[in-house]
Write a protein that binds this ligand. Sequence first.
Ligand SMILES: [Zn+2]
Length: 671
Amino acid sequence: MFFLRISVFFLIACLATSVRAADVVVVQQTHHTGWAIHVGSTNVAGVQFAAEELQKYLCKISGSNLPITTTNLRWSEIFVGLRKDLDWADRWQLPSKKDGYDGYAISIREGAIIIAGDNGPGCVYGVYDFLEHLGCRWFYPTIDSRDPEVVPKLKVVSLAATNWAVASPIQNRICNGDAWFFEMNFKSAKAELDWAMKNRYNAMGWQAAVSTGKRTLQEQYEDLRLAGILGELERRGMFIHGPAHSFDHFLRSSLYFDKHPEWFGMKNGKRVPQAGLGAQFCWSNPEARREFVRNAEAFITNAPLIKIFCTVPFDGGVACDCPECRKEGASNLLMLLMSELIERLERSRPDVQVETVGGYGAVPDPPSNLSIIHPRQRIVWAQWGRHHGIGYDDPKYDRRNLDKWRAAAKGGLTICQYYTDNFAEPWVMGPFTKAMESDRRYFLKHNVNAVYMLMYSPGYWWNHSLNGYLAGRCFYDTTINSRNEISDYATHYFGTNAGPALAKYYGEWADNIELSYRVRGDARNEDRAMLAREREELIDPAIEAAHKSSSIERRRVAKVAMLHSLAEQLCELHRQRDLVRARRIAGNFEAATRMLNKVRATTEDTLKLFLKIAKTDQGLIDENEVRGFITMAMNNWINEEEKAIKEKDRKPPMWLDRDLSKTDVKPDDPK
Ligand SMILES: [Zn+2]
């Protein structure tokens, strides 16, 4: 690629009206006119895949299929490979390497485009960045076949001559897609890993199924291979973080409990298995630890794609309560167990990093004695059910537990984020950009080297993907401001007709994140007023505008409109609840009962709406959750209120922070 040569093709291209003189044209009217993709080090995972992705999407964009070649054409070529593959003349065209991980540099000039990764994944990200400059976007995994990726159709593929470089200060960006939990959905899992890579994650989180199921851990890993998942990860240069909650697999109750009950945890004076309502095994028992380490090693030496071996006590189990365990303390014993595992793996899997949990479940606090922690010990820290109104670097955030565990995590800290969780987070959620910006400052300030995005549960995949998209990109390229990405999202995804109204809509939800939480549990007059105004000014006009667009864009706008309707319905339910409470607190029990009867009907309507949205199967609401805990939570409240009215109890709820008698009353409310 000698940069002083003049391209005849380039001169012709300059005559086209849609092309500026400084633009580099790759395709004109479906003809690639001699351009080809020159692929570099194909022995490095990610490079060949990057070239194929470029070929695939350029073809979708323009209809032109550029050949892939390993020959250096020196002219009319898009080079896709590693920086080290280039000779000095081409390297000279690139901006200097950005400090960080999985970086790349791009140079666009006449006759030659260079996409050079610092490593394999960096090469793939470089191709995606290049395609994004042409208008491609990957906001959602391709699970809804009627809602495809955003790929523009262009007669002329051209880019302004320029160059730039990017790299991530955060080494590990882990996406725990919702299909990667327990009994995996392999088809969705593939769509999610593809989407994750496009949004700059470099690893997938895997939560294996529990040991009481049909498959051993090793069999589950082999299932990933047979389903083609491991192959898809390898092509991209991705790795696995996991298998997460898995202690029960390495000391299986079915294998050992009868023979060695003393290896298992004590609960209420009895040894119990590692399952369900049982307890963690007896971490102070050296024989039990030895067997655990032996089994863990047998697994991990046969699971090479796991590069962060994150193994965590089984979910929900308390620590062993035997006198010895109580004396030593659960955190100290967990760190001892992990040290033994790390030392064992130093010979058999020297490349693997070992991680366990902190601040969660059986180990809420770090060990009292930090010297017990192995220098290579990684910790994954999680605050389940976190409120995203306040980020980690906000002075109002209580950082004590996080800071303590960060000091304890000598081999590195992974912070588990719940931006993409619908189990504890709101059903209708705004973009968590406030938390993202603040959290990222904390990551950068303290060199936290892994972010872990937990997506749960599966029925919400569309609902939480926007936050997953924003977080993936912003934790990779820390110069991007997540709040500024919202209008890019709206215009690309909903189209130029409906996009502007929905950009404003999502912006308002991002700026008033409390609204999302109150819509879930405790909306007030101003929230209802806001939703009504948004209905009138933004949602209805967006629906109207989408009629001028394609059926795809109409379908997308309809998803937002459905969730907005759900938000309105929930807020109306809260209004009626507040009136029940206001009347009861005022001692007007008969009027409270009349209102409660209305609430019963509204609750049923709300559950019906939840179910209707879930049944569209577009990843908005999870049907299992509607039938399970959502129904339960809604009815529990009615039962409690009914009891309070019967007992003529005038006590306000403990959390009450406002005067309920100010709640709006509607003409058709019972008196
Ligand atoms: Zn014990």
